[in-house]
Design a protein around this ligand. Structure first.
Ligand code: ATP
Ligand code: MG
Length: 351
């Protein structure tokens, strides 16, 4: 448990979670890790996509830490946080007299990231003129400060992140296709937490250790009941939501304070992103939607019947065998599942 503090495992710098926590153990994340290890060493732009809270920034920092430029700076620019007109000077810097109030010259973040990594967060928010300037930087490795005459050359590794489908923004003309090809040399898609449920127990244990240490608390492991709720929850806010929930649990020291959030009715099934340009995997999408719906119905019925499977099958008007099959299919964990030293729940039902 102590090994977690400060994220010092595997030579990963302070502030980042250890590798075993960043990638977990699901096969999707294992494959993603292999891809990341290969790509970290090559100076190619990487586009990290994923829902909010899935760990895009954590991954960007990890890639930087694993790259040959890790002794250089990691410079983050949160595109939507800086108003359009300011963003250009923030990114590319300016020369004295470039605009009213420019009493001196100032380097931009692109220059600051020289020989390191430039991380453009929420790249989809970049306005068209800045998209053009960024494209030039990627094509020629140089750019001009605002009001400057000379081109400045930089060596920068570019990482971009977004939780939007850039392909759709290209359709509407909001994002340049040529820039998309440049930043999307390698694409990494971080799965939502609900698609990597097997990693939840280890994440919980990790956040417990971190926040017990940070707040000087001694909250014990969560109960099997709470773990079961967490395993069966949809996590619209992904790892960030889980982290905040454990933070609250540690500070308040009570499971009740957090379990209500997990019992709240989740938004109904939302349509996943569909690439209308390519072929649409209709059968796969509807199968996923049905499974998600079945999962929710079965959880409700199991909870109402205190996880008694025979009663639940009766209530759902399906055979006992059919229910067992469905439970396996949607990988549900009952409240009495025992966690074995962070290796995930062992499924054992009351009956
Ligand atoms: N694999 C992980 N292990 C431990 N903590 C993580 C992991 N991924 C994310 N976190 C934590 O979850 C929170 C959100 O992560 P991060 O900011 O990287 O997500 P994001 O995808 O960039 O979110 P957004 O789209 O909202 O900007 C952070 O506090 C981060 O430390
Ligand atoms: Mg982010």
């Amino acid at each position: 448990m102590q090994d977690f503090i400060g994220g010092q495992l595997s030579g990963i710098p302070k502030g980042l979670p250890p590798e075993s926590i960043i990638f977990g153990k699901t096969s999707t994340m294992q494959q993603l890790q292999q891809r990341v290890e290969k790509v970290a060493a090559a100076n190619v732009p990487v586009l990290i996509q994923g829902e909010s809270g899935t760990g895009k920034e954590v991954l960007a920092k990890y890639i930087h830490a694993r790259s040959p430029w890790n002794s250089g700076p990691f410079v983050k620019v949160n595109c939507p946080a800086i108003p359009g007109t300011l963003l250009e000077s923030e990114l590319f810097g300016y020369e004295r007299g470039a605009f009213t109030g420019a009493y001196g010259s100032k380097p931009g973040r692109v220059e600051m990231a020289n020989r390191g990594t430039l991380f453009l967060d929420e790249i989809s928010e970049l306005d068209p003129s800045l998209q053009a300037k960024l494209l030039q930087l990627l094509q020629d490795g140089q750019f001009c400060r605002i009001g400057g005459q000379e081109e400045t050359r930089v060596e920068v590794r570019l990482l971009c992140a977004t939780n939007h489908q850039l392909e759709q923004q290209i359709e509407t003309g909001a994002f340049r296709q040529d820039l998309f090809y440049r930043i999307n040399v390698v694409n990494i898609h971080l799965p939502p937490l609900r698609e990597r449920r097997a990693d939840i127990p280890d994440l919980v244990e990790y956040f417990l250790a971190v926040y017990n240490e940070r707040f000087g608390c001694s909250a014990g492991p969560v109960s099997d009941h709470l773990m079961s709720l967490m395993q069966n929850y949809g996590w619209p806010g992904n790892i960030r939501q889980l982290e905040n929930l454990i933070k609250r649990y540690v500070i308040l020291g009570s499971e009740e304070a957090v379990s209500n959030e997990l019992l709240e009715v989740e938004p109904t099934y939302t349509l996943p992103e569909i690439d209308v340009e390519g072929s649409i995997p209709f059968k796969k999408l509807t199968r996923q939607a049905i499974r998600e719906l079945e999962r929710k119905i079965i959880i409700k019925a199991l909870q109402a019947n205190r996880w008694n499977r025979k009663q639940t099958a009766k209530a759902l008007n399906i055979s006992y065998r059919a229910l067992l099959y469905k439970i396996r299919q949607v990988s549900l964990s009952p409240p009495d599942s025992r966690r074995q030293s962070g290796k995930g729940p062992v499924v054992s039902y009351p009956n």
